[in-house]
Design a protein around this ligand. Structure first.
Ligand code: XIL
Length: 349
């Protein structure tokens, strides 16, 4: 039952406490109370998630909203290497466990993010003068320990984050420099050994549209599949910005990856704008959120969408893109914006 694919994968989580109630979208005739984004997505065999900010969890209204409205989450920072292995061979899953606990308590699908990335690495790793054998052993141990710790609790993992440059060449990271391109296949194999049921993803930004970077991923996924490497998904971060235009080839692009036999997901969606936000910009933003949602719904193997946070109150954008912001469907006072209603409509069609 091909179209049941996503929900079947999610159903494996029933044993871990996840219950998705598939509600026919047309059943309420407008009479029942409005459904949440998570419920609407579940009715389409998808999840609709938002990254958890652990600082935000102390904010009762933020936590309530996140738990109520979304049926999936990931940790914004807590599972990155600097957080989980702050000293060599010394693992700390305290903060990651908080997010996983929150997800399980609220029946949310949990996405693991991320096993390896060139950013937010611990100093001991970046400052070391490693031989290839040493670095390979470090990488294998890191992946094995982290994936094993969350075995049965993580629906998916972003195994390798952002390994390519904009032109589709390999990014010059510590891993690529010392180990060569084969590190990617190794990482997937080690992760698969540690949790054979987790869906393993590549993940990057500026790959939403068809271009040199997404072409390079397409070729990589194809060759990994041909070699029998356990790769199950391609993650499209979706850090969009109004001033750069909408990625009009998104649906076609998602489909061509799906056609390779992997799942696809929008993993870190936010749509920023140059401040101040105006009614016009917020209306355009709302349309873009709806269009991304529709593109995912139009591709059978698009399993879900994750927002990179749900509220402007805790968004990473203002700190990383000075002068930009207002990127999420809830504003700084936790009130829904036009984007929220546009997503609802798109999920209801
Ligand atoms: C960001 C976090 O949101 C920030 O809090 C942190 O300081 C930097 O990283 N691509 C990714 C995410 O894969 O992990 C990044 O998250 C945003 C860009």
């Amino acid at each position: 039952m091909a179209h049941r694919h996503a929900l079947a994968a999610l159903a494996a989580f029933a044993t871990a406490g996840l219950v998705l109630t598939a509600v026919p979208a047309s059943a309420d005739g407008g009479r029942r109370p409005a459904k949440t984004l998570g419920e609407l997505a579940a009715a389409k065999d998808r999840y609709f998630g938002a990254a958890t900010d652990v600082v935000g969890l102390a904010d009762a209204e933020y936590a309530r909203q996140l738990a109520h409205e979304f049926n999936s989450t990931t940790a914004g920072n807590e599972l990155k290497w600097y957080a989980t292995e702050p000293q060599q061979g010394v693992f700390d899953f305290t903060l990651g466990d908080q997010v996983v606990h929150f997800a399980r308590k609220n029946n949310m699908v949990f996405r693991g993010h991320t096993l390896m990335w060139h950013n937010q690495l611990p100093d001991w790793l970046t400052n070391g003068a490693w031989t290839a054998d040493q670095l390979r052993a470090i990488l294998k141990n890191h992946i094995t320990q982290e994936v094993r710790h969350y075995r049965g609790k993580a629906y998916s993992w972003d195994v390798v984050n952002e390994p390519f440059n904009e032109d589709g060449t390999y990014r010059d990271t510590i891993f690529y420099r010392i180990l060569g391109p084969g590190y990617i296949a190794d990482a997937f194999r080690w992760a698969h050994e540690a949790d054979p049921h987790a869906k393993l993803y590549l993940n990057d930004y500026n790959v939403e549209y068809i271009g040199p970077k997404s072409d390079a991923y397409h070729a990589l996924v194809k060759s990994l599949k041909a070699e029998g490497v356990p790769i199950h998904g391609m993650g499209f971060q979706g850090h969009l910005a109004l001033q750069y235009g909408y990625p009009t080839t998104l649906q076609e692009n998602l489909q061509r990856f799906a056609d390779l036999g992997v799942d696809v997901a929008i993993t870190e969606l936010d749509i920023r704008m140059l401040l101040p936000a105006t009614d016009d910009k917020l209306a355009t933003q709302a349309k873009w959120y709806a269009d991304v949602t529709k593109a995912c719904l139009a591709v059978r193997r698009c399993v879900g969408i994750t927002l990179w946070g749900h509220t402007d109150k805790y968004s990473w954008i203002p700190a990383f893109f000075p002068g930009e912001g207002a990127a999420l469907p809830y504003d700084e006072n936790l009130n829904p914006k036009p984007a929220y209603y546009a997503i609802r409509d798109a999920l209801s069609q």
